[in-house]
Design a protein around this ligand. Structure first.
Ligand SMILES: Nc1nc2c(ncn2[C@@H]2O[C@H](COP(=O)(O)OP(=O)(O)OP(=O)(O)O)[C@@H](O)[C@H]2O)c(=O)[nH]1
Length: 654
């Protein structure tokens, strides 16, 4: 039996329905991915918002602290100036005369000037605004009569502060702080004022570190810009004296004039900042400190970028994994569908009506399909457990099939043979048998019922090669068998005899008793000829009442003549047509002996001639043709014609 290992699906397992793809897997994966993405984004966004708020809070606290600190420092400076101005005003008022007043004021101005480092100028004007004292050497006398602070100082004993303005002495932006001077009798006598340059404030602000784009400014009550320091444009003077401020500042100031904070785009340099403002003491000034959003959020933005990248990677990784999972599942699903389709196809194949299939273990059937039982005439399942030997005609064909299978397996080819096997009712049946092994001791076999085909082939063969009336080989088959006999004689170093036989007096049988009687005679003659010869001899009907014989394994005429005489004697026996009638016919025989080297056609022609010689010699005779002598050499005698008895005329009985 073949031993090839071949994995086959278990045939006795019931088929399941095709498995279905996990429903909505793609939808669930998409939803799951979206959910994860949304959760991740939400959590990260919340963290980032908190982080941003913390950074904003820190920035706000910083600007508020710096504003508070700077406003305190400026307030302190202003108090010093105010004290100095008050001192001058006091001494001016209490001087006893003009000369003492002038001297006292000059001394006090000099004294205070040296104390007030942050003051640019400390001057005194008369009641008409002409600046008489405090001018540095080389400075031109000027008048401040038209200045707003001069006019305001006239009517108040308190300190007066100007709007930012251009100095008439040196054209620099300055802030003026002034006090009224009066005579002992209380008449207005001029003003003493201190001038502070905007540069002084800017330099002061520069000491505070507010980031790369931070800005600190000082504005008056009317929001006019007194001084401004921006880290990105340290020397810029744009906007000085003007009150070009953001709506956010105005809105915040509307709520609280003394302090507050806001976030907005600065109208001067278009930079967004968080800005805190704080009033400078009780003075009409406010310090505004701002940190650029891009500065205080720089770290947060880096963190945000990093987190966005990380989240994107996480989401992409999960999405990639999901796609991979989906593809795997789809692949597996397609595989399962293929398996199911294969199983269905196998089922259809196994349960077909034409091809019997059987699985053997140690040559015993362990599974078979319906067609198998039907072909061999068994009931369903009756074959199960049966030794397969019972399906073979005999031990020889069983062993032959087994050996053929082993040989095919050794040579690595498919095992396939056609043989006759046995049905349950004992009838033989032609089977096309093929098989292969599936494990060490198991094999699967396919059996196709080719009985009808074989019988039809045999019938066609018979029509082509046999005489329909007698069933004997016709002339064509006779020629083939003669060729075979000649070839065989070469191997056996023997000769063959070819004999032509023509009935004598046959036509009258037809004429007298009819064609059917003639047929009966022909059939009986053929039967008698078959009975008189050996199994491997050939009897053929080659014409109407002509027969031909091949006798194999002969050596001489002496081997041939007795056989021919016996045949002739049998033919000449009466042939019963029915219970009442019988006929007798005779035959003329012509024979030649030949070997392998002889031509079959020559032998047949010479045998035919010999037969005619016999017929001409008087019928009921045997004539050995001349070829016989040459063919068997010394063993053969001369051509001879003999008669078994006196020629038998047609005798009619009854
Ligand atoms: N019944 C029957 N007759 C056949 C068949 N084939 C040929 N014949 C007849 O057989 C006869 C053969 O003729 P012949 O050989 O002259 O007959 P014969 O009387 O034996 O003459 P000889 O051979 O000279 O002795 C013819 O009458 C054919 O019609 C057949 O298949 N059946």
């Amino acid at each position: 039996m073949p031993r090839d290992r071949l994995e086959l699906p278990a045939m006795d397992r019931p088929l399941s329905h095709p498995p279905s793809m996990p429903r909505h897997l793609a939808l669930w994966l998409v939803l799951g991915n979206l959910l994860i993405a949304v959760l991740l984004i939400a959590v990260t966004a919340k963290n980032l918002m908190s982080s941003r708020e913390a950074d904003e809070q820190a920035a706000r606290e910083t600007v508020e602290r710096v504003s508070s600190q700077l406003s305190g420092e400026i307030a302190s400076e202003l108090r010093e100036i105010d004290n100095a101005l008050a001192t001058v005003a006091l001494r001016f008022q209490h001087a006893r005369n003009a000369e003492e007043r002038r001297q006292s004021v000059q001394d006090t101005l000099a004294e205070q000037r040296s104390l007030l480092k942050h003051v640019n100028a400390l001057r005194v004007s008369d009641a008409y605004g002409a600046v008489a004292l405090g001018l540095d050497p080389g400075e031109q006398a000027i008048s401040v009569a038209d200045r707003v602070y001069f006019q305001r100082a006239k009517g108040t004993d308190s300190m007066v502060m100007s709007e930012p303005l251009r100095s008439r002495v040196n054209s620099r932006w300055v802030l003026i702080v002034a006090r009224r001077l009066q005579t002992p009798s209380g008449e207005f006598a001029g003003v003493v004022y201190a001038s502070m340059t905007t540069d002084h404030f800017a330099q002061h602000f520069a000491k505070a570190t507010m980031g790369e784009a931070g800005a600190i400014s000082l504005r008056t009550d009317e929001l006019r810009l007194v001084a401004r320091y921006s880290a990105s444009e340290p020397g810029a003077t744009a906007g000085l004296g003007a009150n070009n401020v953001s709506e956010a500042l105005r809105a915040s100031m509307a709520r609280d004039r003394s302090q507050g904070w806001f976030v907005t785009l600065n109208p001067i340099d278009r930079v967004e900042r968080v800005t805190a403002y704080r009033q400078v003491g009780h003075y009409p000034l406010r310090v505004l400190t701002g940190i650029a959003t891009r500065d205080y959020l720089a770290a947060w933005r880096r963190e945000m970028l990093l987190e966005v990248v990380v989240i994107a990677l996480v989401i992409l990784t999960i999405a990639g994994f999901s796609v991979h999972l989906f593809r795997q599942q789809r692949q597996a699903h397609l595989g399962r569908l293929d398996m199911a389709r294969l199983a269905r196809e196998q089922s259809l194949m196994l349960e077909n009506d034409l091809i019997g299939m059987v699985r053997l273990r140690d040559r015993v059937a362990i599974w078979e399909n319906g067609a198998m039982a039907r072909i061999f005439g068994y009931r369903p399942d009756e074959l199960r457990g049966m030794a397969i030997r019972q399906l073979y005609l005999d031990e020889a064909s069983f062993q032959w099939a087994a050996q053929s299978g082993d040989t095919a397996q050794r040579e690595g080819r498919q095992f396939r043979i056609q043989l006759q096997m046995r049905r349950k009712d004992g009838e033989s049946i032609w089977i096309d048998l093929s098989g292969t092994s599936v494990s060490k001791d198991e094999s699967v076999w396919m059996l196709v019922d080719i009985d009808a085909l074989k019988r039809s082939e045999e019938h066609a063969h018979s029509l082509a090669f046999r005489d329909a009336l007698t069933g004997l080989p016709n002339r064509r088959l006779f020629q083939e068998k003669l060729h075979d006999a000649l070839a065989h004689s070469v191997r056996g170093n023997k000769a063959v005899a070819v004999c032509y036989l023509d009935l004598d007096g046959f036509k009258p049988v037809n004429d007298a008793f009819g064609h059917e009687a003639g047929d009966r005679v022909l059939q009986e003659v053929s039967r008698r000829l078959l009975g008189s010869l050996r199994a491997n001899d050939v009897v053929a009907r080659i014409g109407g009442d002509e027969f031909a014989l091949v006798l194999s394994g002969v050596s001489s005429v002496e081997d041939v003549l007795p056989v021919l005489r016996r045949s002739l004697a049998l033919i000449e026996q009466p042939i019963e047509l029915d219970d009442e009638r019988s006929v007798t016919v005779s035959a003329s025989l012509g024979a030649v002996i030949g070997r392998g080297a002889s031509s079959a056609e020559d032998l047949m022609r010479h045998a035919d001639e010999a037969m005619y010689t016999a017929k001409r010699a008087g019928k009921g005779r045997i004539h050995m043709g001349p070829v016989a002598r040459r063919s068997i050499g010394a063993a053969a005698g001369p051509a001879a014609t003999s008669s078994t008895s006196s020629p038998s005329p047609l005798s009619l009985v009854g």
